[in-house]
Design a protein around this ligand. Structure first.
Ligand code: NAG
Ligand code: NAG
Ligand code: NAG
Ligand code: NAG
Ligand code: NAG
Ligand code: NAG
Ligand code: NAG
Ligand code: NAG
Ligand code: NAG
Ligand code: NAG
Ligand code: NAG
Ligand code: NAG
Length: 410
C-alpha cells in the first residue's frame, strides 16, 4: 500500500511544484508589520534582444516563484507604494501604485532584464540592465482585491508580458484583503454558441434610446478648509452595455441623488465629487484650465455587481467649461462618453469649481445647446416678414413719387 501511494504523492508534489513555479506570491509590509501590498501573479515574458551576430532573437521565460522583494515599499513622504520583484540573475519586475478617494491603480510597470545573464541571453550583444516600461492595472475600488485568472498581454519596447492568475491588492487596510473584484475577461461570457450573424450585426454599439424618465436633479457640494470649493446640481443617467455581460445590450438607469452618499476633495487645481451607492461609484473631477477657466476633465465609473466590478474612466474630457468665478449651466441633455461601453447622460447641469460664495452659484455661463436656435426661427421669420413689408411699402412710395414727379414735369 505504502509503495503504491508514494509515486502518486510524488506526482502530485511535482505537479504542485511545477504549477507553483509559474507564480510568485508576495506581501509587502510597512514598518508596523501590516501588509500594504499583496500580490500573486504569473508572468511569462518574451524579450527581443540583439545578438552579437547583429540579428535579433526572442527569449521566453517565466518569472519564477523564487523571488525577493528588495526595493519594495508601502510608500511614505509622498512617495508612491511600489512592488519590486527581483529574480534570477539581476532581473526585476516592478509596479508602483496611485490612489484617490475611491480607487487605486497601477502606475508604471517596469521590466528590467540583465543581458549579462548568459543563461537567458547567451549571445546578447548589448550587455547590462535594460528597462522597458508599460502601464498595468487600474482603476480598482479601494479596499478590494483585483482578481484575474485570464491572461492579459502587456507590450512595451522589446518586451511582451503575458500576465495571468492575478490576485493583487495595494493600499490594503490593516493587513486584510478586501472583497474580490474580477476583471472583465473572467466574467461569464455569453454562450459561445451565439449566432455569428447577430454578433456581426452588432459591431457598432450605440446607446439605445431609453424609455426612462429624466433623472431627479441632485444637489452636491464639496468643501475644503476654505468652505465650498465645488458646487453642482444635475440629473444623471448611466447608459451602458457593461451589464449585459458581453451581449452588447445597452441599458440605462437613473442615479437617485437621495440614495447616493456624497464625498469629494479639492486641491488648489482640481475638485472631485464622488457619488457612491451599493452598486455604483461615480467620480467627477473638474480642473482649472489656463488659470481662469474650469472644466470637467475626468470621469471614473465603477459598476459593482455582487463581487464583480467593472470600472471605466475618461481622463481626457473637455466639457462643462466656464470662467472661474462663474458657474456652468446646461439644461439640455448632454452625453459624456466615458468609454465605448459607458456613457453618462447629464440633465439640467449647473456646476462651479472654486469661487463659490454663500453656498450659491455665481452668474451662469450657459452652454451653446441651451441657446436653442429653434426659438430664433420665429424671430427670424418675423424679421424677414417685416423687412419684406417695408420693402414693398418703400418701393410703392418711391413708385408713387416717381409717377407724381413724372406728371409734374410734363
Ligand atoms: C514583524 O513580524 C515578524 C514575524 O511575524 C516578527 O519577527 C517581527 O519582529 C515583527 N516586526 C515588528 C516591527 O513588529
Ligand atoms: C507561461 O509559460 C508556461 C511555460 O513556461 C506555460 O506552461 C504557461 O501556459 C504560460 N502561461 C501563459 C498564460 O501563457
Ligand atoms: C529594442 O530592440 C532594438 C532592436 O533589437 C534595439 O535597437 C533597441 O535598442 C532595443 N531597445 C531597448 C530599449 O533595448
Ligand atoms: C520576436 O517577437 C516579436 C514580437 O513578438 C516578433 O515581431 C519577432 O518577429 C520575433 N522575432 C523572432 C526572431 O522570432
Ligand atoms: C511610478 O514610476 C514611474 C517611473 O519611475 C514614475 O514616472 C511615476 O511618477 C511613478 N508614479 C508615482 C505615482 O509615483
Ligand atoms: C469621504 O472621504 C474621506 C476622505 O477620503 C473619508 O475619510 C471618508 O470616510 C469619506 N466619507 C464617506 C462617507 O465615504
Ligand atoms: C477602506 O477601508 C478603510 C478602513 O477600513 C475605510 O476607512 C475607508 O473609508 C475605506 N475606503 C473605501 C473607499 O471604502
Ligand atoms: C481594520 O481596522 C479597523 C480600525 O482600524 C477596524 O475597525 C476593522 O475591524 C479592522 N478590520 C479587520 C478585518 O481587522
Ligand atoms: C484657502 O484659501 C487661501 C487664501 O485664499 C489659499 O491660499 C489656500 O490655498 C486655500 N486652501 C485650499 C486648500 O484651497
Ligand atoms: C498647488 O499645489 C501644488 C502641489 O500640490 C503646489 O506645488 C503649488 O504651489 C500649489 N499652488 C498654489 C497656488 O498654492
Ligand atoms: C442597494 O440599495 C438598494 C436601495 O438603496 C437596495 O434596494 C438594494 O437591495 C441594495 N443592493 C444590495 C446588493 O445591497
Ligand atoms: C446667503 O444666502 C441666503 C439664502 O440663500 C441669503 O438669505 C443671505 O442673505 C445670503 N448672504 C449673503 C451675505 O449674501
Amino acid at each position: 500500500m505504502e509503495r503504491c501511494a508514494c509515486p502518486a504523492a510524488l506526482l502530485l508534489l511535482s505537479l504542485a511544484v511545477l504549477m507553483g513555479a509559474m507564480a510568485f506570491d508576495v506581501e509587502i509590509k510597512d514598518d508596523k508589520n501590516a501588509t500594504c501590498i499583496y500580490a500573486k501573479l504569473s508572468v511569462n515574458v518574451t524579450v527581443q534582444y540583439e545578438t552579437n551576430t547583429s540579428s535579433t532573437k526572442n527569449v521566453t521565460f517565466s518569472v519564477p516563484s523564487e523571488v525577493t522583494t528588495n526595493g519594495s515599499s508601502c510608500g511614505s513622504n509622498g512617495k508612491a507604494p511600489i512592488l519590486v520583484i527581483n529574480f534570477g540573475n539581476g532581473h526585476s519586475w516592478s509596479l508602483n501604485f496611485t490612489r484617490n478617494d475611491s480607487m487605486y491603480s497601477g502606475g508604471a510597470l517596469i521590466f528590467t532584464y540583465n543581458t549579462n545573464d548568459s543563461t537567458l541571453f547567451p549571445d546578447a550583444l548589448k550587455e547590462g540592465l535594460i528597462s522597458s516600461t508599460a502601464a498595468f492595472l487600474g482603476p480598482i475600488p479601494l479596499n478590494s482585491t483585483y482578481k484575474c485568472i485570464s491572461s492579459e498581454v502587456v507590450v512595451s519596447e522589446n518586451v511582451t508580458q503575458i500576465i495571468s492568475d492575478v490576485k493583487l491588492e495595494a493600499f490594503m487596510q490593516n493587513g486584510t484583503l478586501g472583497k474580490e473584484v474580477s476583471c472583465d475577461a473572467d466574467k461569464p461570457s455569453p454562450t459561445p454558441t451565439t449566432n455569428p450573424s447577430t454578433t456581426a450585426s452588432t459591431t457598432t454599439p450605440t446607446p439605445t434610446s431609453k424609455p426612462l424618465d429624466n433623472p431627479t436633479t441632485g444637489n452636491y457640494s464639496v468643501s475644503d478648509v476654505n468652505g465650498t470649493c465645488l458646487l453642482a446640481s444635475m440629473g444623471l443617467q448611466i447608459n451602458t452595455s457593461l451589464l449585459s455581460e458581453g451581449k452588447n445590450i445597452w441599458t440605462a438607469f437613473n442615479i437617485d441623488p437621495t440614495a447616493m452618499s456624497k464625498n469629494g476633495t479639492c486641491s488648489n487645481q482640481t475638485g472631485t465629487l464622488i457619488l457612491t451607492d451599493n452598486s455604483t461609484v461615480i467620480e467627477f473631477t473638474l480642473a482649472l484650465k489656463n488659470k481662469n477657466h474650469f472644466y470637467l476633465k475626468e470621469v471614473n465609473v465603477a459598476l459593482i455587481n455582487g463581487s464583480a466590478s467593472s470600472t471605466r474612466q475618461n481622463q481626457n474630457l473637455s466639457a462643462w467649461e466656464a470662467s472661474v468665478g462663474s458657474s456652468y449651466m446646461c439644461h439640455k441633455e448632454q452625453q459624456i462618453k466615458v468609454s465605448e461601453d459607458l456613457v453618462i447622460n447629464s440633465f439640467d447641469v449647473r456646476v462651479q469649481l472654486f469661487g463659490v460664495k454663500n453656498e450659491t452659484f455665481a452668474t451662469a455661463e450657459e452652454c451653446l445647446a441651451d441657446s436653442d436656435l429653434s426659438f430664433l426661427i420665429p424671430i427670424a421669420v418675423g424679421a424677414v416678414l417685416v423687412f419684406l413689408i417695408i420693402l414693398v411699402l418703400v418701393s410703392y412710395l418711391i413708385g408713387r413719387r416717381k409717377s407724381r414727379t413724372g406728371y409734374q414735369s410734363v
